[in-house]
Design a protein. Structure first.
Length: 184
């Protein structure tokens, strides 16, 4: 029984000496050294129930940095998707535009021949309409990528119902008076 009080007193002496010789200088140094303060904060966070202000600040800063990094990653992905869509749309527009120009040039070259010119115009009209509708669809897609609220060239030009669009073109062509036509 005499050993227990001695062990308790010795243990208490060791704790007091340890705190006086080790902990107190560490705490004093932590006031002047950010590295030491960080090390003590990490120790306190790992082994004590209530974290220090420095460790709480580090956590919140790490979370904010993580959110910012995630937002940047999402924005970069979004830009890459838009860049790929714009490149694909650009090639579609280039190909369709070239086809329309080539057909128009061909129709203009043979346009002076009465029967062949009209036939060339009639044949190229539906192809031109199809290509121009594809151009309108691409323009609508690109406008949607740029967040324009109202971009309805495809539907506004009857591209969703091509039969009605062709009929409207034919009616307009029949009712149009050209200056070289004799008055009726």
């Amino acid at each position: 029984m005499r050993i227990l009080p001695r062990l308790v007193r010795s243990g208490l002496n060791v704790v007091v000496l340890f705190s006086a010789l080790v902990i107190t200088p560490l705490l004093a140094l932590s006031h002047f050294s950010a590295g030491m303060a960080g090390m003590l904060a990490d120790f306190a966070e790992s082994y004590l129930p209530n974290p220090t202000l420095l460790s709480a600040e580090k956590k919140s800063r790490a979370k904010a940095d993580s959110r910012l990094r995630d937002q940047r990653t999402l924005a970069a992905r979004d830009r890459a998707v838009k860049r790929r869509a714009a490149a694909a749309g650009s090639s579609i527009v280039s190909n369709k535009g070239k086809r329309v120009l080539v057909r128009g040039t061909g129709a203009m070259m043979v346009g002076w021949i009465p029967v062949i010119g009209v036939a060339a115009d009639v044949v190229s009209l539906s192809e031109d309409y199809t290509d121009i509708c594809a151009l309108f669809a691409t323009i609508d897609e690109m406008s949607a990528l740029l967040y324009f609220p109202e971009s309805g060239l495809y539907q506004g030009n009857y591209c969703d119902v091509p039969e009605q669009g062709i009929e409207l073109l034919k009616e307009t062509a029949h009712s149009t008076e050209f200056p070289w036509d004799p008055p009726q």
